[in-house]
Structures are given as C-alpha cells and as structure tokens.
Ligand binder design. Sequence first.
Ligand code: F6P
Length: 350
Amino acid sequence: MKIGVLTGGGDCPGLNAVIRAVVRKGSFHYGDQFVGFMEGWRGLLENITMPLDLATVGGILPRGGTILRTSRTNPSKHSDGLQRCAANLKQNGCDALIAIGGDDTLSVAQKLFTNGVKVVGVPKTIDNDLAGTDFTFGFDTAVNVATGAIDRVHTTAEAHNRVIVVEVMGRDSGWIASYSGIAGGADVILIPEVPFDIDEVAELIKQRHGRGRYFTIVVAAEGAKFAGTSEKPDDSETDEFGHARLGGIGLKLAGEIEKRTGFETRSVVLGHIQRGGSPSAFDRVLATRYGLGAIDMVHRGEFGRMAALRGNKIISIPLAEAIASNRKVDKEILDAATGILDRLEEKAAG
Ligand code: F6P
C-alpha cells in the first residue's frame, strides 16, 4: 500500500518515534511505501510533500519535534479544503492516511473519513487530555521537565523565603500541573477543572508560613481560572481552530498573592520548554507502540479509528469517541494531588 503520514497541531516529544515505527513496520512487514505531508494539514491542502522511507527515519527516535514539521492549519477554514485534501491524497497515489495529532487534527481526520478518506489517527498531546486513551505520548516528557523545574525552583524559593508560582501547560485540563505538582512536592496546585478562590489560596499560604515554613511553591496550569470571574483570555489572536493563545496566569497569580500575603513572590513560565527536546524512554516506547498499532490498523482496514492505550494494551477506538470530549483530570489523580497538600484551617468563629 501507499500511505500518507502527517503530524498536526502543537508538536510533542515522540512524534518522530511514531513516524519511525510506522515506516519501519510498514516497510519491513507489509512492503508499504510512504509519502510525508509536511506541516500538518497545510501539506495535504497545498500538496507539500517529502520522501518518507527507511533512510529518512534513520536516527530520529530520540529527536524532539517532527521531521514532517507541523502547523495548526484547519482545512475546513479554507475554500474546498476537505476536497483538496482528498484530491491531493489521490494525486500522490495514497491508499490511506495516518494523521498524528490532538483533538483538532483528529477532528479534521474524522471529517475526511466521513467524506470517504481511509484515515487512521494517532493520539498526540502533551496535555494528555484526549478522550478514549489512558495516556498520550509527550505527556511523560513534559511532566519530567516540569518536575525538574519545580525541584530547581524549590531550592531558590527556600533560600529567599519566597513564594514561586510555576506556570505549566494545560489549556483545558490540569494533567501536567497535577502530575508535576505531586512529583515535585508543590504546596498549591491549580488546574482548569477546579476554579480557585484567590483569597483562600493566599490564606493557605499565610497559614503555612505561620507554621514555620517560609516558602511556598504554587503550580498553576495555564488554563487555571479565578473562581467567580468569567474573564476570558484575549482572543484577538486565535488559531484556525479558534483557540486563544494562553499564558500569563502565573504572573497574575504572583501579583495577587504578594498583594494579599505580603510575601515576596515570583513567577516562572515553563511554556514551550515542556514541548521541546528528546522524549523520555516512556514516551519513546508509547509512541513506538502507537505507530505500530496504527500501521496494523491500516492493514486491518480499521479506518475512521484511532490507536488508543487502555491499561497496557494498544487498542483501536472510533475517532468520533476520541474527539467527543476533553478528558479532565480524574478523581484518583485529583485526590492524590489534594490529599498531600496543606489544608486551609477554619478560623475560630467570633
Ligand atoms: O498542544 C497543546 C498545547 O501545548 C497547550 O498546552 C498550549 O496552550 C498550546 O499547545 C500552545 O500552543 P502554541 O505552541 O501554538 O502556542
């Protein structure tokens, strides 16, 4: 078979490991040929391709980013976008397409599938918020980066008697904040799923310092929200999927905490450092397994579906299920994240 491959949306450590696994198993096992569509859906829309074979995937396993490059192009926003994608696949002689991406990329894959394109999806996002799969690759690497940063921030916060707010990625869900907060021993963890009361956060920090602790580490997901405000991020800069550019909650929080507690406070934004660099061993293995799962799905004719991890098995689920909702931090992790934190003591009445 001849198979097109693309990577869409924000990049993620492990993308190259997926591409490598697809091409190696496809070439060795099935005798497939491949076409790389570059820069996400833009490549398929505008027919920008690169050769994809055993030579091109040599040595890419430990490399971050994606050799196919990526973009947040949404074909539905371009005239005849979906039709042009289908036509370019045909023009390149492709029998099927493997689309590696998050909910945005996979929502386009689902549209193409309903338009007759034979497409298989692979779940990707450092945010770990895709429905239907236990983990997405890239998440473990991001958590390790964030945990390392929290460890470093700890020693300087302690040395200076400071509060330090660490802003991590997580647009709609707080998986990175929860995992790195637990692993790094954060004192306050703020996630999009649970809007926070800034007065309670400040009171908790004051109580903690009153008990003889002179520093505090706050981990906040970029999508964390102040309770009772409907404040939305500035949406003057949205991408083609309608997402506003986030960032800035850490700085805002630091100001509000310092104002309320009087403690010197700083903020650190980890940003794209979490997405860059070499994937962890866990992510290399997971990404490889997803790639192998995806090429097998193509040959089993399981189109309109996505490779998914359930327990320790790679299975296949409908793309429609994966894009139906955003996966929030589950109760077990929420309990673990809150169970180890200082609790706000009730003030005595009167
Ligand atoms: O891909 C998910 C994500 O990493 C979010 O956590 C973050 O809000 C967004 O991407 C940033 O996107 P960009 O790299 O386009 O600024």
